[in-house]
Design a protein around this ligand. Structure first.
Ligand SMILES: [Zn+2]
Length: 299
C-alpha cells in the first residue's frame, strides 16, 4: 500500500483514499484510509473534523453532522456512509450487532483480501449476529469462534433447522430495518429466570396456565424442546442467563442457539405461552403479533 503524509488539519476531501470494498464496514474503511497516511483512525477522524473520534462508536451511532463531514473527507455521500454502518438502527436492532470484533468471517472473501494484500478489511455483515450469508460473494459465513461440539450439534437435525429458520427471517427483518424489539423482548423473556413475584405467579396459576416447572430455577430457555442437546455445552446452564446489560450478539453461542430454538417453540406454542410471559411481565401485549409477522406471515 502507498504511504502518504497526512495533510495538515483542515475540513475537506482527503487527497487520496482506498476504494471501499462491497459491504465493507465504516470502521474498516476508516482504518485502511488512516493506514495509508501512517496514522491511527482516531487521528484521521479528528483531522477531518469528525466529532466522534472512535471508529467503533461511529459504526453504531454516527450523527448526521459526522456523516456529512465523513462524506466530504472520503469523497462519498452521507447516505452511502450510513449504509456502511449501523447508524440509525434502533436500540433493539443493535442488540444483534457485535461490538469491535466480528462474529463471522467469509473464507472466500478473506482469502481474496489476503491475496490482494488487504489484511484489514472487515465486512459489515460479519458483525450481524443473525447473519448466515456473505453479502459480497453470497457464500456461507463461518463463525470466528465456536466450539467444535456446538458445530457438530448444529451440523445435523432439528436444532439446526430451527436456528437457521429464525436467523434467516431475523436477518431479513434486520436488513429491511423492520422493528425487531418484540423479538429481543421474547428472547430476553425466555432467558429470564422465572420471576418469584407472588402476585404474577398467583394470577398465572389461577388461570391454569402455569406449567409445573415454573418455580424451578432454570429459565424457560433451558426447558424447551431441543435445548436439552445444548445444556451440556452451557457451563452451569441452570444458573446461566444473559446478563441484562449484554446484548444478544454478546451472548455465548450456545445461549444464542437456545434463544432461537426457544423462539420457534414459543411461536408454535401459540397464545397460551405468550399469555404466561405477559402475565409475568416479560413481554409487551403486542409482541406476539409483531413476532408472528416476522416469522410466520412473511414468506
Ligand atoms: Zn464473501
Amino acid at each position: 500500500m502507498r504511504r502518504l503524509p497526512l495533510p495538515p488539519r483542515r475540513l475537506g476531501p482527503l487527497p487520496e483514499i482506498p476504494w471501499p470494498e462491497t459491504d465493507e464496514i465504516l470502521s474498516s474503511w476508516v482504518a485502511r484510509s488512516a493506514a495509508m497516511y501512517r496514522t491511527r483512525p482516531e487521528v484521521l477522524l479528528e483531522q477531518v473534523g469528525v466529532i466522534e473520534h472512535s471508529p467503533i462508536i461511529l459504526d453504531r451511532q454516527a450523527t448526521p453532522a459526522d456523516l456529512e463531514s465523513l462524506a466530504i473527507a472520503m469523497h462519498s455521500s452521507p447516505q452511502a456512509i450510513r449504509q456502511m454502518s449501523f447508524a440509525g438502527q434502533s436500540h433493539e436492532a443493535l442488540e444483534f450487532v457485535a461490538h469491535r470484533s466480528p462474529i463471522w468471517t467469509c473464507h472466500r472473501c478473506a482469502t481474496e483480501f489476503a491475496c490482494r494484500g488487504l489484511v484489514q478489511v472487515r465486512l459489515r455483515q460479519w458483525f450481524v449476529a443473525v447473519a448466515s450469508w456473505c453479502r459480497r460473494c453470497g457464500g456461507p459465513l463461518s463463525r470466528t469462534r465456536a466450539g467444535r461440539t456446538i458445530r457438530e450439534i448444529l451440523a445435523r437435525g432439528d436444532l439446526c433447522e430451527r436456528h437457521t429458520f429464525v436467523s434467516e427471517r431475523l436477518a431479513r427483518a434486520f436488513d429491511h430495518e423492520r422493528p425487531v424489539g418484540a423479538v429481543t423482548h421474547a428472547m430476553r423473556a425466555l432467558a429470564a429466570p422465572v420471576p418469584r413475584d407472588k402476585k404474577a405467579l398467583y394470577v398465572a396459576r389461577n388461570r391454569g396456565r402455569l406449567p409445573d416447572w415454573a418455580d424451578r430455577t432454570p429459565p424457560l430457555l433451558w426447558q424447551l424442546v431441543g435445548t436439552s442437546q445444548l445444556r451440556g455445552q452451557a457451563y452451569e446452564y441452570r444458573s446461566w442467563r444473559p446478563p441484562a446489560n449484554r446484548p444478544y450478539a454478546a451472548w455465548p453461542y450456545v445461549g444464542q442457539i437456545a434463544a432461537t430454538t426457544g423462539l420457534t417453540v414459543l411461536i408454535e406454542a401459540g397464545m397460551a405461552m405468550w399469555s404466561i410471559l405477559r402475565d409475568l411481565g416479560l413481554v409487551e401485549p403486542d409482541d406476539e403479533l409483531v413476532v408472528r409477522n416476522i416469522f410466520v406471515t412473511s414468506g
